[in-house]
Design a protein around this ligand. Structure first.
Ligand code: NDP
Length: 455
């Protein structure tokens, strides 16, 4: 590790000691940048790393709202505006009790590189709240009602609206923020700003949403895997795949894999994992999507024939013939022990759909084994890329067909793959998508920052 990287990392660790996820994300990126920093001394001379690890702005605010029993509740809201060198801040909003400053800073930092990789002009941001829509504050075991979620979203946007805008910062969904929440927040923004603009992405189709946006992260993850396999002259046909999660990313990754002839063996959620030895078919997948998105239930409730349920475990170690793994639930959900198990049981491809789902120990094993391993910032970039396409459609006041958006998404995922591949090869790490994605994402932002002077 160079002295420059060492000193920046030391500083990041000292200044952000209580933000382990942020330190982990910064560490993972900076450790791979030495070759490009050596070849480009202007980056150190312009303090690019020091500036990249410091958010341009952090907004933290009170979110008061009234529950169905008339009791006043207070949550904490955040927006991290990390880097706007190449475009307006762009990144999702997450509502989950695990949300805190460090988690959102890690996500915003990752988002800067991811957005740069998409080839579109988008800076990086992230936000959210520790609000838990899956647990009513007054009735244990019950979810918040739609009315409670709406009141929360309206209060959240009442503060956020003054910090965002179609040319400033364009939030989207993330964990527990889907079409319902985006709709409520968009409605409130429109009232407060008295304007109809594409200020949020992931909107409903009747008010400016893009076809294929809900599918885009999961589909994009699978398209990236196709590109990795194509390099080795292989396809997904017949491949046995394990997937974690059963939310937005996981379910559409599963749908695309099934349609491409792969065998999807598992899905998971907080209650546990389901395993279908012969492969989950589209009927069962539709049942899961209905359960998660409409009934808002858990996988333990699935009773269909051929489905085995494993309570409170993730998908990695419940079957023993595995070609590909797609972690699509949350950060640090695949550890070193899981990685060793996957490698031992034949896994040759890991395509991250979630953000930072593999621990550093797991990544080291995947890279060491030279399997096809794509970090989330590259392989899950299809979601934000399609958000970028939604912004273009809103600005044009036009809606593109599903085929048009899907074709663009495929093209973007291929471009991300090829850029990461070429950047890795250029700096002597052929086939290492971690190095390639970090360097390719970094270079574009760093060059823009140098060109814009010290700001
Ligand atoms: P969802 O909320 O739709 O789904 C999240 C899934 O993860 C659910 O199945 C959830 O289970 C499961 N999960 C969450 N926490 C835990 C836990 N502690 N233990 C076990 N399972 C858990 O989110 P998304 O699908 O949108 O996002 C998934 C990941 O992908 C996140 O890392 C997100 O940042 C990333 N991502 C999402 C994008 C998007 O477009 N949506 C874009 C790029 C990245 P349960 O239903 O029981 O809560």
């Amino acid at each position: 590790m160079s002295k420059y990287v060492e000193s920046v990392l030391k500083d990041v660790k000292a200044k952000n000691a209580n933000e382990p996820e942020f330190i982990q994300a910064v560490d993972e990126v900076l450790m791979t940048l030495d070759p490009v920093l050596e070849a480009n001394p202007q980056y150190e001379a312009n303090a690019i790393l020091e500036r990249m690890v410091e958010p341009e702005r952090v907004i933290m605010f009170r979110v008061p709202w009234v529950d169905d029993k008339g009791i006043v509740r207070v949550n904490r809201g955040y927006r991290i505006q990390m880097n706007s060198a190449i475009g307006p801040y762009k990144g999702g909003l997450r509502f989950d009790p695990t949300v805190n400053l460090g988690v959102l800073k890690f996500l915003a930092f990752e988002q800067v590189f991811k957005n740069s990789l998409t080839t579109l002009p988008m800076g990086g941001g992230k936000g959210g709240s520790d609000f838990n829509p899956k647990q009513s504050p007054h009735t244990p075991g019950q979810r918040c009602s739609d009315a409670e979620v709406m009141r929360f979203c309206q209060s959240f946007m009442t503060e956020l609206f003054r910090h965002i805008g179609p040319d400033t910062d364009v939030p989207a969904g993330d964990m527990n923020v889907g079409g319902r929440e985006i709709g409520y927040m968009f409605g409130q923004y429109k009232r407060l700003a008295n304007e109809w603009t594409g200020v949020l992405t992931g909107k409903g189709l009747s008010f400016g949403g893009s076809l294929i946006r809900p599918e885009a992260t999961g589909y994009g993850d699978v398209y990236f895997a196709q590109n990795m396999l194509a390099k080795r002259g292989e396809t997904l046909e017949g491949k046995k795949c394990v997937i974690s999660g059963s939310g937005n990313v996981a379910s559409f990754a599963a749908q695309k894999l099934i349609r491409l002839g792969a065998k999807v063996l598992t899905l998971s959620d907080r209650s546990g994992s389901i395993l279908v030895k012969d492969g989950i078919n589209e009927d069962l997948l539709n049942e899961v999507m209905n359960l998660k998105n409409v009934k808002r239930g858990e996988l333990s409730e699935i009773k269909s024939a051929g489905v085995q349920f494993f309570p409170k475990v993730n998908s990695w170690q419940i079957t023993d013939a595995i070609d590909c793994a797609f972690p699509c639930a949350r950060q640090n959900e695949l550890n070193g022990e899981d990685a060793a198990y996957l490698l031992k049981h034949g896994c040759k491809l890991v395509g991250e759909g979630a953000n930072m789902p593999s621990t550093p120990d797991a990544i080291e094993q995947f890279v060491g084994a030279k399997i096809m391993y794509s970090p989330g910032k590259a392989s899950n970039a299809g979601g934000v890329a399609t958000s970028g396409l939604e912004m273009s459609q809103n600005s044009e006041r036009l809606s593109w067909s599903a085929e048009e958006v899907d074709t663009k998404l495929k093209g973007i995922m291929k471009a991300i793959h090829d850029n990461a591949w070429e950047a890795a090869a250029k700096y002597g790490h052929e086939g290492n998508y971690v190095v390639g994605a970090n360097i390719a994402g970094f270079t574009k932002v760093a060059d823009a920052m140098v060109a814009q002077g010290v700001c």
